[in-house]
Design a protein around this ligand. Structure first.
Ligand code: ADP
Ligand code: MG
Length: 334
């Protein structure tokens, strides 16, 4: 008998993807991208995404206050809208509440969530509330829209396109590790790692600029880990990738945390996860223009490699050697 652990989270999603569609009209993209993409009558496509956050799997109540958890619950969904180049619109929140969740905690949760909603112009329009016999479970669904011709997908990268990330990776995973090890975080550098884990910023503006530039051929948000998410783009696009170690941005605090915890920062950078930066495929001749646009808007734009025709991902190490990479990022069942 096939077990979940054998096929992993993504093997499971591939199995159900086959079952999804009973009425193909209007379905531009079903299961398999950051958002479902639905054609409406006008020139805009509807985007829909949902994420589930489970206490003790995604967060711990003793790590932070409820407003931070509320803000992150919405932010991670906005990140999926950003990955498709969309503008977020409406949110729906469902909660399964164990007995130990107090009203005061919930007030904080909604306050934090509302701050993010205000910042991105998102209405909260519904949800559901039930009792939970074990842990706190949070589900958020968000809709958005994008011009039909501008939606960014995972399956449309071409060989020769440059791989760009809109921020450094690894800081969230390092922050998570500090929290897991119960390290007293006095050093402000290390505190910023914890913050980047607890308070991710969805790259919605970046996504919109990339989508409207006409130069971005594919995108994904980095939630499982840089290489894992690059693998999704490669597999879905039928291409491979070269990543240059020299070109990978390394946050200063990551080096400090690496020394402190005895971890090679490259591990966090490549496989960490929960970074919520965008990974995009950019037409080579448009890279300089987009780079100066990013500069003007004060956001990061790091070309880290390129897509190639041969399948697989290879890392070109700083010493010039090549190393085949496998997806070691987050998979819930492996
Ligand atoms: P992301 O990391 O961007 O949130 P996921 O890896 O969670 O994306 O999901 C990949 C795709 O699989 C998405 O299209 C998502 O909607 C779909 N998916 C995940 N779990 C299920 C499920 N249990 N039933 C149907 N579709 C699912
Ligand atoms: Mg995503």
């Amino acid at each position: 008998m096939v077990k979940l652990g054998d096929i992993g989270e993504f093997g499971f999603i591939d199995r159900i993807a086959q079952l999804g569609i009973v009425r193909p009209e209007g379905v531009v993209k079903g299961i398999g991208d950051d958002c479902a993409v639905i054609a409406l009558n006008g020139s805009e496509h509807l985007l829909v995404t949902t994420d589930l956050l489970v206490e003790e799997v995604h967060f711990r109540l003793d790590w932070t206050s409820s407003d931070v958890i509320g803000a992150k619950s919405l932010a991670v969904n906005l990140s999926d809208i950003a990955a498709c180049g969309g503008t977020p619109r409406e949110a729906f929140i469902s909660l399964a509440l164990p007995h130990y969740i107090e009203l005061e905690w919930l007030d904080g949760f909604y306050l934090g969530l509302r701050k993010v909603a205000e910042a991105y112009g998102v209405n909260l329009l519904g949800g559901d509330t039930t009792r939970s016999k074990a842990h706190l479970v949070i589900n958020v669904a968000v809709t958005g829209f994008a011009p039909a011709t501008q939606v960014l997908y995972r399956h449309t990268a071409h060989p020769g396109d440059v791989i760009v990330i809109t921020g450094p990776t690894g800081t969230s995973a390092a922050g998570c590790e500090l929290l897991l090890r119960g390290m007293p975080v006095a050093n402000p550098l290390l505190l910023s790692l914890v913050e980047s884990h607890l308070k991710p910023r969805p790259h919605v503006r970046e996504g919109r600029v990339l989508a409207s530039s006409g130069a971005c051929t594919a995108a994904i948000d980095v939630s499982d880990g840089l290489i894992s998410d690059l693998f999704h783009v490669c597999t879905d696009s039928g291409v491979g990738a070269l990543v240059r170690e020299d070109a990978l941005p390394v946050a200063e605090e990551l080096m400090v945390a690496g020394k402190e915890l005895g971890v090679d920062p490259l591990h966090w950078i490549l496989d960490g996860g929960e970074d919520y930066v965008l990974l995009a495929a950019i037409r080579r001749d448009s890279v300089p223009d987009l780079m100066s646009l990013a500069d003007q808007n004060h956001w990061d734009f790091f070309p880290i490699g390129e897509f190639v025709p041969e399948p697989g991902i290879r890392l070109i190490r700083s010493d010039g050697t090549r190393q085949d990479l496998v997806a070691r990022g987050w998979d819930h069942f492996r």
